[in-house]
Design a protein around this ligand. Structure first.
Ligand SMILES: *Cc1c(COP(=O)(O)O)cnc(C)c1O
Length: 382
């Protein structure tokens, strides 16, 4: 049997300018992890988000790693991290020999529960410890409760590293995600809302952090004619070629946000009809004053309220037709690799993981793609 062409969960979507910027990099021979596109991309990230300083880096993961290094996180330190996220939020904590403490989600945005976060801080304090940093995440582009998280964090004087990898274009009260943390990180991996194929950035209003990040990201070379080093460096800078792609992508970011939000609306209209037939499929809520880029549209299918249908039934039905969908992030506190890490949980993220599914959400989905997607859903939700 020949399968129909694959419909991806979220695939790259180039605009009109990316190729031109790549050609420019070649024509000027800036084919290196340094060059005019890198500088301009950083400036343009600042103007888009409103942050004062940005360092273009090789990945979102390397951005989190550098942020932890800049905060002096080291051996045996504790770092609070949202449990429901991609493993890249937590891995760099372990690179530093530190210990992640996983915090469960609240139900309003599916992100770090500020109450459980404070419980964790109080618990650590009672043992004479204090977390060195807090890493909240904006899951699928939905802003976390940053006002409460930051209020608590500053009360205990703990710096916040905002993982905005999935949330470029999102915001709270018209303030852009990526501008709330003491440092914030972005990702431009292939599946994100805009991509440089691979890449990331570290953002901060604190100039010192960003200058130090650029220094560490380029092998920590001291100011000398020969290669002189007085600290350990990293090879974490973004290529000038890839920064060219990023510049093109940034120009159409708002269009991409619009397209993703239109996908979301289409799914909402579809499931309004389904729910009219006795089902109760739910969406990731968008709390008041929040604006989500709706990077991935994600739904909850509680079998008890959906005639026994589980998210797995829908996922496998999609799979049969070569359509990619995916369960929500499996929480870090139940991942084999983080077994034994401390956690503050109340079952929310496990419930979300068991019942949640990310639907195909690319900004380049066609009308034909949507017809195929809806045909499969029609078969499942009869
Ligand atoms: C993608 C992602 C990252 C890592 O970004 P890379 O550029 O892939 O290294 C970190 N955190 C979250 C929440 C992500 O989705």
């Amino acid at each position: 049997m020949i399968l129909p062409s694959k419909i991806w969960l979220s695939s790259p979507h180039m605009g009109l300018m990316e190729q031109k910027y790549i050609t420019e990099a070649f024509d000027t021979n800036w084919v290196a992890p340094v060059g005019p596109h890198v500088n301009e991309f950083e400036n343009e990230l600042c103007s888009y988000t409103g942050i004062k300083n940005a360092a273009a880096l090789a990945s979102g993961t390397s951005a989190i790693h550098l942020a932890l290094i800049l905060l002096g996180v080291g051996n045996g330190d504790k770092v609070l991290c949202q449990s429901m996220t991609f493993s890249a939020s937590a891995n760099p904590i372990v690179y530093q020999g530190a210990i992640p403490v996983f915090i469960d989600s609240e139900k309003e945005s599916w992100n770090m529960d500020p109450k459980l976060m404070e419980d964790a801080i109080i618990d650590l304090k009672s043992k004479g410890e204090s977390p060195k940093a807090i890493i909240p995440v904006h899951l699928y582009g939905m802003p976390a409760k940053m006002d409460v998280i930051i209020e608590i964090a500053s009360r205990y004087q703990i710096p916040v590293i905002e993982d905005a990898a999935e949330a470029l274009g999102s915001g709270i009260n018209n303030k852009k995600c990526g501008t709330f943390g003491d440092m914030s990180i972005l990702s431009f991996n292939g599946n994100k809302i805009i991509t440089t194929s691979s890449g990331g950035a570290l953002l901060s209003d604190n100039k010192e952090f960003i200058e130090k990040a650029r220094f560490l990201a380029t092998q920590a070379r001291d100011d000398a004619p020969h290669y002189q080093h007085s600290s350990i460096g990293y090879n974490y800078r973004l290529s000038n070629v890839l920064a060219g792609i990023g510049r093109g992508q940034l120009q159409i970011l708002d269009t991409r946000v619009g397209q993703r939000r239109t996908n979301f609306k289409r799914y909402v209209e579809y499931f309004n009809k389904v729910n009219g037939r006795g089902y109760q499929v739910e969406f990731q809520p968008e709390p008041e004053n929040c604006f989500s880029n709706r990077w991935l549209t994600s739904i909850l299918i509680d079998p008890e309220r959906n005639k026994g249908i589980t998210r797995e039934v829908l996922r496998l039905a999609f799979n049969e037709d070569n359509i990619e969908s995916r369960p929500l992030w499996k929480p870090m506190h139940i991942q084999p690799v983080f077994k034994g890490a401390p956690s503050f949980t109340d079952g929310t993220s496990e419930w979300l993981f068991d019942n949640g599914l990310c639907l195909p959400s690319g900004s380049n989905l066609s009308e034909d793609d949507f017809r195929r997607i809806e045909k499969v859903m029609d078969m499942v939700f009869k």
